[in-house]
Design a protein around this ligand. Structure first.
Ligand SMILES: NC(=O)c1ccc[n+]([C@@H]2O[C@H](COP(=O)([O-])OP(=O)(O)OC[C@H]3O[C@@H](n4cnc5c(N)ncnc54)[C@H](OP(=O)(O)O)[C@@H]3O)[C@@H](O)[C@H]2O)c1
Length: 314
């Protein structure tokens, strides 16, 4: 590892080429689509996975059939929450593809320490604007501007929340909104204002299908789970506004649902992992990085399901 803010070792700076134009533009594709079913992913997760199996949809079932992470070689990428779960898997994949990878986290793990990253900026909570500004300074000082920011850190309160059994937890709702909605904006804002993006930089916000109000009609026929869904809906509106504001800077923003991944966060849903198509986080990481490649000024502000590459309605 080249730098670690708590216990600095050595600093490696690789030559970096500007991010190449994405090979795929989504807009012409969307314009030519005739129906919502071609444009939008399916809200029913069981039916979505069953359809993918029926259609032998290799894009969905075998990400290796389409994924090419070579665009990441030599790119300087920052990821939040890369110490475990999907973030750790994405970090490992970034390193495997030759990206100069810097992780921002609260505390490292033995797995992250072994991942071969360029830097770890530890002791940073994504709810702490001062710590994020200092992290941005540190990253700029130790290697300069970046190509991609991946906002991955997130939090999902355990118990279900319902009005009718009086189980709402307002503190937990605000905590989820702080971490899942305000934090991606907080991190992105710190990086933009510190001039940390190279020309053509991209911001990825790992959101969740949970933020789609339209999909609640199918996925939550009885309502509930307020804090989680509210936090991702707020995350999505922040992402759309950020995409609009950063057009003038040429920074593209992508909102990505990473699919259903077998991580600590979804352990409570272990009983439905297989029927709903949950995947190992290493697969989820490739799906995320496949869709990250497609983020451009033509697609900025779209909300994409990384399972099938289709849009999710807000
Ligand atoms: N797994 C899925 O199926 C799924 C589906 C939809 C969306 N997502 C989203 O994908 C992302 C990764 O999920 P995951 O499954 O890997 O979750 P996870 O296993 O629970 O990991 C969450 C990560 O976020 C970090 N984090 C949480 N609160 C933080 C804070 N206040 N400051 C800094 N870091 C913080 C955690 O760090 P600590 O170790 O310090 O706690 C950890 O690295 C999340 O944004 C999640 O909402 C996941």
């Amino acid at each position: 590892m080249a730098f670690h803010v708590r216990g600095l070792r050595s600093l490696r700076v690789s030559p970096i080429s500007p991010i190449s134009k994405p090979t795929r533009s989504r807009l012409p594709l969307l314009a030519s689509m005739s129906s919502d079913s071609e444009r939008y992913s399916l809200p029913d997760q069981v039916a979505r996975f069953a359809r993918a199996n029926e259609e032998k949809n290799t894009r969905f079932l075998d990400i290796d059939s389409v994924y090419d992470g070579s665009y990441l070689k030599g790119k300087r990428v920052v990821i939040t929450g890369g110490n475990r779960g999907l973030g750790l898997a994405t970090t490992r994949e970034l390193v495997a593809q030759g990206a100069e990878t810097i992780v921002i986290c609260r505390s490292s793990t033995p797995e992250l320490d072994e991942a071969g990253v360029t830097g770890i900026v530890e002791g940073v909570d994504v709810t702490d604007a001062e710590a994020l500004a200092a992290a941005a300074d540190e990253i700029m000082a130790k290697g300069g501007a970046i190509d991609i920011l991946l906002n991955n850190a997130g939090y999902f309160y355990g118990p279900e929340e319902n009005v009718l059994d009086d189980s709402l937890n307002f503190d937990e709702q605000l905590k989820q909104i702080d971490i899942c909605a305000v934090a991606p904006l907080r991190v992105s804002s710190a990086f933009v204002n510190k001039g940390l993006f190279k020309e053509g930089g991209r911001i990825v916000i790992i959101s969740s299908q949970a933020g789609s109000a339209a999909w609640r009609l199918v996925q939550n026929p009885e309502g509930g789970d307020y804090g989680h869904h509210m936090s991702r809906a707020a995350c999505n509106i922040a992402g759309v506004l950020l995409a609009q504001e950063l057009r003038s800077k040429g920074i593209a923003v992508g909102l990505l649902h990473p699919g259903f991944n077998k991580t600590g966060m979804t352990k409570k849903y272990e009983h439905i992992w297989e029927v709903e198509g949950a995947v190992d986080a290493s697969v989820g990481a490739k799906r995320v990085l496949h869709e990250t490649k497609a983020i451009s000024m033509e697609t900025t502000g779209l909300f994409i399901n990384c399972e099938d590459g289709l849009e999710i309605p807000f």
